[in-house]
Design a protein around this ligand. Structure first.
Ligand code: PMP
Length: 346
């Protein structure tokens, strides 16, 4: 199995390494948390009413929504549900690491298709790699670590080319992008859409994600998922988080504007970067990538080395936060570049 090395401690500083919301969740969520009753803590979590609410918010039927302990649990459940030993999980790469981790834990074969030039979605190669063993295809849109997107027409082509496979469209970064295929849930029988509350909503610590799929797919997923994997605190916080659209809209606008600011700084210094529609930017630092990450950390800014991802040699991914945080990040970047003797593109 491929190993994944998440940070399990010591992330003090400006956390631009894991694409979380870098500021806060809605204050409405804090109010609900402060008022949690003893009853809510003593009884097992009751997910159905919150699933119904989430469904309504997304224009879905309650049976079409499954709340999960983050999208990570959703991916785990999908792999447990659809993959048997000998089946194949198909992935365009580079992409989010946990697909492969959970796919291989289900003893499935992992078929990888390298992204095209500039990390473009490899539509033809992906369709060409579909086999009778392909049972699950996972596509992050926008993708991580590249920030690249897939257009709806291409998603439709994948859905049609693999009627025997479940196709996960992981919309973890949807809010920064704004395009979705959620409206196809229930219409495209093999489509499964994931969303997380860890990113734009700022609730990564509560572990909240969701899957949306046709009732036929959902009946299998519900058999596999642990009934209490989403805890009572998370369930209590979802309604106010969803309701406070003003906060969500503000945060997304703030990040999308700050991303432009950061991209300008990268361009000024001749650092290769790829266009992103998410709350992060992938840069190519080159041979000094490790030192770059260390020097940024010295300046209290955590960034993520993605050099070992396929096709990402020398690459570092940097999360975008608020305007003010981005000014701090640019300062740290400029000091770091001076420290490592950066002389332009590598
Ligand atoms: N999908 C993608 C593409 C991600 O980048 C992440 C977060 N790193 C996840 C899913 C997992 O999110 P969650 O916190 O909901 O488990």
């Amino acid at each position: 199995m491929k190993e994944y090395h998440p940070p399990l401690g010591d992330r003090s500083g400006l956390r631009l390494d894991f694409n979380e919301n870098t500021l806060a969740c809605s204050s409405k969520v804090r109010e609900v948390l402060a008022a949690i009753s003893t009853a809510e803590l003593t009884k097992y979590p009751e997910r159905a009413p919150v699933e119904a609410l989430v469904a309504k918010q997304h224009g879905l039927r309650p049976e079409e929504v499954l709340l999960t302990n983050g999208v990570d649990e959703a991916i785990h459940v999908l792999c447990q549900t659809y993959l048997n030993p000998g089946d194949a999980l198909l992935l365009p790469v580079p992409t989010y690491s946990m697909y492969e981790v959970y796919g291989s834990s289900a003893e499935a074969r992992v078929d990888r298709v390298q992204a095209g030039e500039n990390f473009g979605f490899p539509l033809d190669a992906l369709i060409g790699a579909i086999t009778p063993q392909t049972r699950l295809i996972a596509i992050a849109n926008p993708n991580s670590p590249t920030g690249q997107t897939v257009i709806r027409e291409q998603i439709l082509q994948v859905l049609e080319a693999a009627p025997h496979a479940a196709v996960l469209i992981d919309e973890a970064y949807f809010h920064f992008f704004g395009e979705t295929v959620m409206d196809l849930v229930g219409k495209a029988p093999n489509l499964i859409v994931a969303r997380t509350f860890s990113k734009a909503f700022g609730l990564a610590g509560l572990r909240l994600g969701m899957l949306a799929a046709s009732v036929e797919q959902m009946q299998w997923l519900r058999r596999v998922i642990s009934p209490y994997s989403v805890n009572s605190l998370g369930l209590a916080c979802l309604p106010p988080a969803l309701e406070d659209t003003a906060y969500l809209d503000w945060y997304v606008a703030e990040v999308n504007a700050a991303r432009l600011l950061f991209e300008e700084a990268l361009d000024r210094h001749g650092i290769t970067r790829w266009p992103s529609r998410a709350n992060f930017v992938l840069t190519r630092i080159g041979v000094q990538h490790r030192r770059f990450v260390e020097e940024m950390r010295e300046r209290n800014v955590l960034v993520r080395d993605r050099s070992s991802d396929p096709g990402c040699e020398g690459c570092v991914r940097i999360t975008i936060g608020t305007h003010e945080q981005t000014l701090d990040a640019v300062r740290a970047l400029e000091e770091t570049l001076a420290e490592i003797g950066w002389k332009g593109k590598r």
